[in-house]
Design a protein around this ligand. Structure first.
Ligand SMILES: NC(=O)c1ccc[n+]([C@@H]2O[C@H](COP(=O)([O-])OP(=O)(O)OC[C@H]3O[C@@H](n4cnc5c(N)ncnc54)[C@H](OP(=O)(O)O)[C@@H]3O)[C@@H](O)[C@H]2O)c1
Length: 327
């Protein structure tokens, strides 16, 4: 993949809302041509309009990522309409909020299915196309794939599983001599409609824990991985603090998560959650921002700046192969 994305053919799942929508807009600004997947036809239509406003085009493919045959058909259509696929950004996920002991088993299973199996369902058929184009997979995972968060048990399990799966996939592809790059973007809390749309065990909406970042910062990280592939990119200084605290001072980190982590997710207004919520109904309404707005991550901007010299070298063919092994 070159450092320009002009004309690149990119499939984004979860494109009707939040990070997927912000990423689609950002990719359109870079000149990429897009195929957008999610369940909500209205949300996707709004996303396609946003892409057009940025001067590019999008094919809209309404699909539930847990429906494997439907995803395979949608991916085949994306490849046919775009003339191939250079990149896949699996971003779709759904949140079941509440203590494990309060969550209905069906909600637990559905959250895990959408978030883990839904990503695998999209990656499998896209890989054939990425092999052909020598393309890149950039999955939007989460810092919750490394640091557990109370009241998110099926989501955290799915994200831990997804990170493990992608690590194995990267090694297998490399061993097979595949040209496909496998990257992960790990955001902290982001101010998207995710929390407004979540299915909630106690009927109230959760709120993201501060600091809350902008979906555009995650979109920038996805684009950075597409231009200069690397294993993982974290978004938000809080992700660094959480990872360091959890590896160096686990008891303290667990105490903070079990106290502030639980209380901080309760909204003061006890606003009702939608029923049945995003696990079971289309939720994307073409908005990138949720009711809690995010702020720019200075840590992420500084890390991007620090990576700039290596990114510049990455455009040289010989160096690129070496960097591919170490980044
Ligand atoms: N917000 C955060 O704090 C945060 C932090 C770390 C990681 N992330 C990750 O970022 C990604 C995007 O989340 P977001 O914050 O942008 O949330 P969001 O605004 O709620 O977007 C979720 C997207 O997934 C789609 N989706 C949900 N269930 C689906 C299904 N069964 N089939 C197809 N599409 C489905 C939704 O569209 P439809 O409802 O129309 O299908 C929507 O487009 C997720 O992978 C999430 O885990 C978010």
């Amino acid at each position: 993949m070159s450092s320009s994305l002009r004309g690149h053919r990119v499939v984004v799942t979860g494109a009707s809302s939040g990070i997927g929508l912000a990423t689609s807009r950002r990719l359109a600004r870079e000149g990429a041509r897009l195929a957008l997947m999610a369940r909500s036809p209205d949300g996707l239509a709004a996303a396609a309009r946003a892409v057009a406003d940025e001067g590019s085009t999008a094919v809209v493919l309404p699909v539930d990522v847990t429906d494997r045959p439907a995803v395979e058909a949608a991916m085949a259509r994306a490849a046919a309409e775009l003339g191939g696929i250079d990149a896949l950004v699996p971003c779709a996920a759904a949140l079941a909020y509440g203590a494990f002991t309060d969550l209905p088993a069906e909600d637990f299973d559905r959250c895990h299915d959408v978030t883990f199996r839904g990503a695998v369902n999209t990656i499998r058929p896209a890989l054939r196309e990425l092999e052909r184009s020598g393309g890149t997979l950039v999955a939007v995972v989460s810092v919750a794939s490394k640091v557990g968060m109370p009241l998110y048990s099926p989501y955290v399990a799915a994200k831990f599983g997804l990170r493990g799966f992608l690590d194995v996939l990267r090694m297998e592809l490399r061993q097979q001599g595949s040209p496909v790059e496998v990257c992960m973007v790990h955001p902290g809390f982001v101010g998207t409609p995710f929390f407004d749309h979540a299915t909630s065990a106690d009927g109230t909406r959760p709120t993201p824990l501060r600091p809350v970042y902008r979906p555009e910062d995650v979109a920038d990280a996805v684009v950075a991985c597409l231009k200069h592939p690397r294993r993982e990119l974290h978004v938000g200084g809080s992700t660094a603090v959480a990872r360091i605290a959890t590896s160096l001072a686990r008891p303290l980190s667990e105490l903070v998560r079990a106290t502030y982590g639980v209380a901080g997710q309760r909204r003061r207004d006890r606003a009702p959650a939608p029923a049945p919520g995003m696990l079971w109904e289309p939720s994307g309404d073409g908005r990138a921002d949720g009711s809690v707005a995010g702020r720019r991550s200075l840590w992420t901007a500084a890390s991007r700046l620090a990576a700039a010299p290596l990114d510049a070298l990455d455009t040289l063919p010989g160096v690129r192969d070496v960097l591919r092994r170490v980044r």
